[in-house]
Design a protein around this ligand. Structure first.
Ligand SMILES: [Zn+2]
Length: 222
């Protein structure tokens, strides 16, 4: 595995047109215009930010982990990665990254996966799938069918030589961030993971911050 080189953003928080803290366990849904840049900040470190992307113009065309992985020949995402939809349409490009480890194959936690991975008494615990469903239910163009394998920003899910997934300790730290510039009109759906059973977020879910910059003067380079 090559050594990770952080790529810093040149954007200033003071120039952002939007800023919001997503508390641990809560969701966020927002549209981006082409050229706008979204920064997701792991405020306290070791958080997992489960994220899905949709074409705003064609909500049925959503982020495809398979197409994205195939296109870049790498299961991990970092600066330069282009996130691609099922149709092959380019949705966003990662333009800065100070964490270097973002999972594309671990999926979102759900009541079902919690009981399989941990124990049956986790069944009623709050999970990302519930948050995704709650957020999608606020928009008529989306249904349960629009849930798909998501990106877990800041989550460390190493793939072993045998091809198995391991949920390892997070390697992110306080203030680390990833920035994505929209290539097309994109709807972003986030579940700031409430998971209490997993070392990925140190058994302690924490808030994430989202900031958005317009293309003008922001130096967006798509
Ligand atoms: Zn989760």
């Amino acid at each position: 595995m090559s050594l990770f080189q952080p790529v810093l953003s040149e954007k200033n928080a003071a120039d952002a047109i939007y800023s919001k803290v997503i508390p641990a366990g809560e969701g966020w849904m927002h549209d981006l215009l082409p050229g706008q840049t979204l920064r997701i900040v792991d405020m306290e470190g070791n958080q997992a930010v489960d994220t899905l992307f949709y074409s705003t113009e064609d909500p049925g065309d959503r982020y495809s982990a398979v197409r994205t992985i195939t296109r870049q020949q790498n299961v991990y995402l970092t600066t330069g990665s282009v996130l691609v939809a099922e149709s092959g349409r380019e949705l966003l490009k990662i333009t800065a990254d100070t964490c270097g480890r973002h999972d594309t194959i671990g999926g979102a936690c759900s009541a079902q996966s919690n009981t399989v991975r941990y124990s049956h008494d986790t069944l009623p615990m709050h999970n990302c799938r519930d948050t995704f469903m709650l957020m999608l239910s606020g928009r008529s163009e989306y249904t349960k069918r629009d849930l798909a394998p998501n990106v877990n920003f800041f989550m460390n899910v190493p793939v072993t030589p045998e091809g198995e997934l391991t949920f390892a300790d997070g390697i992110s730290g306080p203030g680390r961030y990833v920035e994505l510039t929209a290539v097309a009109p994109v709807t972003v759906l986030i579940s700031n993971c409430p998971q209490l059973n997993n070392p990925c977020n140190a058994y302690n879910p924490t808030p994430a911050q989202v900031l958005i910059w317009d293309a003008e003067g922001g130096g967006a380079d798509v």
